[in-house]
Design a protein around this ligand. Structure first.
Ligand code: NAP
Ligand code: G4F
Length: 322
């Protein structure tokens, strides 16, 4: 029997690697879109490389995207690729707009031109809520992004809805709150903390310099969140969903728990460094996942404390390898 084909953009990233594993387990033939680079960046997908097909294209290059969609003829496309680090978006706002905003239109144009029956998932984000007027955030909360990244993602969200309404394409926007894992990039706060905790425990680092300790996020496990992406594309009608835990914790709390996990007192090691403050901060995010729970029967399996322990343990193991 012919296997269902899916294209995953951003397959070399955190979510791409978990989603690829998940789709392979479901029996899909998975095509990962990768961009040309002078050195390969496949660490997160190394263990499944033999089961994947990699196809070269770039979010900046319309024709390359059309060509891979024509070649693969997928039933589903998961658009996870973007410039995803908020501080970089302040430094490179135009490039962030090209990747994270216009890149979505290029993907949707390829679907429109090649085959309008392809189901399309757009990786939207809680960053779109930014300065939210209430908590928890729901699908009707007004959007007030606070970074060029957040603004670009608002464009991606609305262009996805626009192609659904204009061309009847099955396109959904999944508004995912922060999700983390041992595969998270080390520039993001959770992994920056767990990597430092492991290094400090092993005597390889003396202090940890952080920015705003009072920022609060709704943190879940990436492995749980990619399941929700797939579930969204299996429903009879395309709709948008929020994926979150419904719990919010501060950066300070994350650091406290991570240091405590290895028997250390965070106050002895964490130094507040204003150079990590952002031009505009998103102070608090907390999502309402009730629609995803009700309609998709989705539930997160990993709790906040389990996530912190999982990440610290994984970093200790990684650094202890000879
Ligand atoms: P990530 O680890 O930063 O991965 C980003 C991916 O995008 C990488 O595979 C990267 O490829 C690819 N990419 C960047 N620019 C590209 C281009 N011009 N052409 C082709 N590929 C390009 O991000 P993530 O945490 O997995 O997040 C996945 C998606 O969900 C992103 O769109 C992110 O904005 C969104 N999101 C994430 C979260 C979260 O908490 N993780 C929450 C909500 C939404 P290279 O390896 O070549 O750099
Ligand atoms: O881990 P972060 O860099 O993630 P942020 O900005 O929330 O963005 C992540 O989640 C979004 C979903 O809401 C995604 F769309 C986006 O792609 C990305 O995955 O920072 C979290 C918080 C911020 O308030 C930041 O100011 O931690 C605070 N923080 C404090 N000190 C720090 C630091 N963040 C970083 N990266 N590094 C610090 O030293």
């Amino acid at each position: 029997m012919k296997r269902r084909r899916a294209i995953v953009t951003g397959i070399t990233g955190q979510d791409g690697s978990y989603l690829a594993e998940f789709l392979l387990e479901k029996g899909y033939q998975v095509y990962g879109m990768v961009r040309r680079s002078s050195s390969e960046n496949f660490e997160r997908i190394q263990h499944i490389m033999g089961d994947l097909e990699l196809v070269q294209a770039d979010l900046l290059d319309q024709l390359s995207i059309i060509n891979i969609v024509k070649k693969v003829r997928p039933v589903e496309i998961y658009n996870l690729a973007s410039q995803s680090f908020v501080p970089t978006s302040f430094e490179q706002p135009v490039l962030t707009g090209e990747f994270t905003a216009l890149g979505v239109t290029r993907m949707l144009e390829a679907v429109k031109l090649v085959d309008r029956s392809i189901r399309f998932y757009q990786a939207s984000t809680s960053e779109m809520f930014g300065m939210a007027p209430h908590s928890p955030q729901t699908l009707t909360t007004p959007l007030h992004p606070r970074s060029p990244y957040g603004v670009a993602k608002v464009y991606g969200h609305w262009i996805t809805i626009n192609y659904r309404e204009s061309y009847k394409i099955y396109a959904v926007s999944g508004i995912l709150f922060n999700h983390e894992s041992p595969r998270r990039g080390k520039e993001f706060i959770t992994r920056k903390i767990t990597d430092a905790v492991a290094r400090i425990k092993l005597g390889r680092q003396k202090e940890l310099r952080l920015g705003n300790l009072e920022a609060k996020r709704d943190w879940g496990f990436a492995g749980d969140y990619v399941r929700a992406m797939w579930m969204m594309l299996q429903k009879p009608r395309p709709e948008d969903y929020i994926v979150a835990t419904g719990e919010s914790h501060s950066v300070r709390e994350f650091a406290q728990i991570a240091f405590r996990h290895v028997g250390l007192d965070w106050k002895k090691y964490v130094v507040v460094d204003p150079s990590f403050y952002r031009p505009a901060e998103v102070h608090t995010l907390c999502g309402d996942p009730s629609k995803a729970k009700r309609k998709l029967k989705w539930n997160p399996k990993v709790s906040f404390r389990e996530l912190v322990s999982m990440m610290v343990d994984a970093d200790l193991e990684l650094l202890s390898k000879p």
